[in-house]
Design a protein. Structure first.
Length: 381
């Protein structure tokens, strides 16, 4: 009996080790040196944690090893899955960068290979936009890539790249201060930006409210192109709440529908923050469905006119993002949600200047009348 048990233990041990060996070889064949993926991921995570913990203070200077340009850090703008973004000013002016009031966004990373992939995608996109259909537009919304370099930090080399800095309000604060009539036009601009990216062979990938800026005149800009992914590849970066896979509605393949799905969930969240968070809190991963999002739409007066559009976006019925944008614009016009141009309030100094001008005019008229009367009296005497 004891011998039999011992034999069974030996057999189980051999089978277990054989299975482990076979699985390792299968992974090796499928992904090359994929067996080290977990190590690389952990290593990258450690580097990113170190990068976040070693945040640069205002006044710190970053000097590129190769291009020799120096930038002074003013403040942190945020952080993503592969880098930290800072608002910076150039310390010296040349044909590429300007000093004075010009500011740039500098993204500092930890993983050189991953960073280079991101830079290559941004450069390819910008080149395509310059040469493509967007070249004749007055506001082409280019990423405006400036340069890439390495910085010799205390812990080793850190890759970084510099882009134009986009100022503006968040969508939430803009809509909150200007009113829900802006919802349709603003979101339409986001769709137009996405359609332009798709026509150049890319998706934005990590679409979320924090990556959208609105200027005082209502123009919209996309910022942080870290999730930029070529069509047909796997999405590099995403925000869980707005991810198609998170809602059991499809894969994480980079296609037109992925961005449109993210846009749909993001804008529902924008309009119905509390209801959206209740759904997120109460749903289980295995039962989470897009029907829950459609229920939110049915309870919101701003979203209801777009319900059919949302249904198509959430169920992957749109194959063309330009067509999706045009359909959104058609609905926006139907419900009369054109951008309301508010009258610009007259500055107080202009009011004072106008008042002083009127007063001086009256004094001049009075003086002229008095002078004419005085001359007549003098002649008559």
């Amino acid at each position: 009996m004891c011998w039999t048990i011992a034999n069974m233990i030996v057999v189980i041990f051999i089978v277990n080790n054989t299975a482990t060996y076979l699985l390792a070889n299968m992974n090796m064949e499928r992904t090359g040196y994929g067996v080290t993926t977990s190590y690389n991921r952990n290593d990258r995570s450690l580097q990113m944690n170190q990068l976040r913990n070693d945040k640069l203070r205002a006044g710190a200077v970053i000097t590129g090893i190769w291009n020799k340009r120096s930038y002074r850090v003013e403040r942190s703008l945020g952080q993503g899955s592969n880098g930290v973004v800072y608002l910076v000013a150039a310390l010296a002016e040349d044909e590429t960068v300007k000093t004075g009031s010009t500011r740039y966004a500098l993204k500092l990373g930890a993983d050189t290979i991953e960073f280079q992939s991101e830079i290559n995608a941004i450069r390819a996109l910008e080149q395509g936009l310059k040469q493509g259909l967007n070249r004749d537009r007055s506001n082409p919304q280019l990423p405006y890539f400036i340069e890439a370099d390495d910085w010799e930090a205390g812990v080793g080399k850190r890759p970084f790249y510099v882009m134009r800095y986009v100022s503006g309000q968040s969508v939430q604060s803009f809509v909150s201060s200007r009113g829900s009539d802006w919802f349709g036009p603003l979101c339409g601009q986001v769709l137009e930006r996405l359609a332009t990216l798709h026509e150049q062979g890319f998706i934005f990938g990590d679409l979320k409210l924090e990556h959208i800026k609105v200027k005082p005149n209502g123009d919209v800009d996309l910022i942080d192109y870290g999730g930029l992914t070529q069509l047909g590849k796997s999405v590099k970066q995403f925000t869980e709440w707005y991810d198609r896979g998170f809602w059991n509605a499809g894969s994480r393949a980079a296609d037109v529908g992925y961005d449109l799905f993210s846009f749909a969930v993001m804008t529902i969240h924008l309009c119905q923050d509390s209801a959206f968070k209740r759904v997120m809190k109460g749903s289980l991963p295995q039962t989470r469905q897009t029907e829950e999002l459609l229920h939110i739409i049915d309870s919101n007066a701003v979203l209801i006119p777009y319900r059919e559009w949302y249904y198509r976006a959430l169920s992957g019925k749109f194959n063309d993002s330009r067509r999706a944008f045009q359909e959104w614009q058609r609905i926006t016009r139907q419900v009369g949600r054109t951008i309301p141009r508010r009258a610009i309030p007259t500055p107080s100094w202009l009011k004072w200047s106008f008042g002083v001008s009127i007063l001086l005019l009256l004094i001049s008229i009075g003086y002229w009348a008095w002078h004419e009367r005085w001359v007549q009296d003098l002649l008559m005497s």
